[in-house]
Write a new protein. Structure first.
Ligand SMILES: Cc1cc2nc3c(=O)[nH]c(=O)nc-3n(C[C@H](O)[C@H](O)[C@H](O)COP(=O)(O)OP(=O)(O)OC[C@H]3O[C@@H](n4cnc5c(N)ncnc54)[C@H](O)[C@@H]3O)c2cc1C
Length: 499
């Protein structure tokens, strides 16, 4: 056979490609061995806090593995121009700390974070075709609502008091779920009123365990008063803890998802793409939604337990928008002439926009940015997720309609005419498990779940850390910190405040 130069070249290229393709798996680097005293899986607030506290006593014996390129998990700040270094940022997850959250405030002081406490202004609410500034203005729209018997308090607080302190509280476990408990205590009208006045709807729409939710409510009711915002966003906590953990010698691996965890001898073996890790102790600082992606006997033995199965994640959407100018800055409650009259939050049952937050803290306000949608209503979250995959233009058009419905000619706020421009940029964030509760039929209390998470495999040095395992502080980063603190105090001999 007489082959031309070109065809010989071609055959060599094909044979070469074939050999390379088939030999590649053999040539791929096998995972590097790594030895750690404590392996922490997950670099959100809970996992990173654990590493940061262990750093001074164990240094490089602590390894932390985070699947994303950035630490922080549900603490995630983004900027208008992602490529611009040091550009101002805004949170698409956690944003603020309340006055009573001393664990987080103490941590902020320890890390030297600067906090802003803006004057919080007016809330605008829309339900049953009415728009008003106060929840009392809606009472007449709910015929059959129990008449409050305490003139010193408002209707919403009074209804919650009936749920929390009424004689049936002790029997809450006999009701199939929180919804039926609420309807039994304050009637259908009371249920509808509480649902519509709340900014968060999942609490009334998911099948939640009544005693667990009431225990959470007791603590949630104390979350109060002045809200603080870290300058530069909540990721200041993450940067501060990361810097100190690294300085203490902690080995932090980003972009390194753990795929499998096995018991091996007296210790554990973890696998990631690059490493085969041997560890004596484990801290699993990932929420339950991460478990289906973890192979091995350790996650399997935890996931089959009832306390684990009782935890339910609430799906949440936040949609952040940057604008050419602050079209909202003149919207106010005419009854409040001072700066407190400015509208900073609005919520509605009339559209999937649901809850709008307008940053008042200077470092965020200068960005002309709003959280235009904040939603945990199951159907709406699914809707935003689908729409965002299909067309961002439609997402923007629907938000435009929702915002117009709330702010334009609503009959109460001034100016009457509010024209909403086109946003410069829209970011849709779906949190598959934004926060956690216990599902109806749970057999453990919140306190029992927290105790179980300290040692879910009895006698083994494995702990679960995170907000998901500290239901009384559901939806707040102090849940993650408190969960971490209880593990550090119990298993690592620390004596931290704030458990
Ligand atoms: C929309 C929203 C608003 C909120 N607002 C506030 C607020 O204003 N104030 C406040 O205090 N709190 C707020 N929170 C709650 C707070 O953000 C969380 O409670 C807290 O950040 C949870 O931390 P965590 O460590 O428990 O979990 P996560 O943050 O979920 O961390 C888990 C980490 O594990 C990583 N991971 C998962 N699988 C693997 C794997 N296989 N290998 C390695 N790593 C893995 C994840 O990538 C993630 O980084 C808000 C939450 C949401 C969703």
């Amino acid at each position: 056979m007489n082959l031309t130069h070109a065809s010989r070249h071609w055959i060599l290229a094909v044979v070469g490609t074939f050999i390379l393709a088939h030999a590649a798996p053999l040539l791929a680097k096998s995972p590097e061995p790594l030895v750690c005293e404590v392996a922490i899986v997950g670099g959100g607030a809970g996992g990173l806090h654990t590493a940061f506290r262990l750093g001074p006593i164990l240094g490089s014996k602590v390894c932390l593995f985070e699947k994303e390129e950035e630490l922080g998990g549900r603490i995630h700040d983004i900027s208008y121009d992602n490529d611009a270094k040091d550009a101002p940022r805004i949170g698409v997850g956690a944003r603020r700390i309340m006055e009573t959250q001393t664990v987080v405030l103490d941590l902020a002081a320890e890390l030297g974070l600067q906090l802003e406490t803006p004057v919080v202004s007016a809330d605008l609410i829309q339900a049953r075709g009415r728009t008003a500034f106060g929840k009392e203005d809606f009472v007449s729209l709910y015929p059959g609502l129990p008449v409050k018997q305490d003139p010193s308090t408002d209707t919403e607080t009074w209804l919650y008091d009936q749920l929390r302190h009424g004689p049936e509280r002790g029997n809450a476990g006999l009701y199939p779920d929180f919804r039926s408990y609420v309807s039994a205590i304050v009637g259908k009208a009371g249920f509808d009123y509480l649902h519509d006045m709340s900014r968060f709807r999942a609490d009334f729409e998911y099948d939640l365990d009544a005693p667990s939710y009431l225990d959470y409510l007791d603590e949630e009711w104390d979350v109060c008063c002045v809200a603080s915002y870290p300058v530069g966003g909540m990721s200041g906590f993450i940067r501060g803890m990361e810097e100190r953990a690294r300085a203490a010698g902690v080995r932090i691996f980003k972009g390194e998802a753990i795929h499998g965890i096995h018991r091996k001898g007296q210790g554990y073996q973890l696998q990631s793409a690059r490493y085969k890790v041997a560890a004596n102790k484990l801290v699993l600082a990932v929420p339950p939604s991460a478990f289906p992606h973890l192979r091995g006997d350790v996650p399997a033995r935890i996931a089959k337990q009832k306390p684990f199965q009782d935890i339910v994640g609430v799906k949440v959407a936040t949609i952040t928008q940057w604008w050419p100018y602050a079209w909202w800055k003149d919207i106010r409650n005419p009854a409040q002439p001072d700066e407190k009259g400015q509208v900073w939050r609005a919520w509605t049952t009339e559209s999937c926009v649901n809850f709008i937050e307008i940053p008042m803290e200077a470092s965020a306000a200068v960005q002309n940015v709003t959280r235009s949608v904040y939603d945990d209503d199951q159907r709406c979250v699914e809707h935003w997720e689908k729409l965002a995959k299909h067309s961002m233009k439609q997402v923007e058009a629907e938000i435009h309609e929702g915002l117009t419905q709330i702010f334009h000619q609503n009959g109460v706020s001034l100016p009457e005419n509010v024209v909403i421009p086109r946003p410069l940029k829209t970011h849709v964030q779906i949190w598959p498990a934004g926060w956690h509760f216990l599902r109806a039929g749970a057999t453990n209390s919140n306190a029992e779940i927290a105790a179980w998470s300290l040692e879910p495999l009895p006698g083994e040095p494995v702990s679960l850390v995170g907000e998901a395992y500290f239901i009384n502080r559901s939806g707040w980063s102090d849940g993650a910190y408190k969960s971490s603190i209880q593990v550090l105090n119990r298993h690592y001999g620390l004596q931290l405040k704030g458990q």
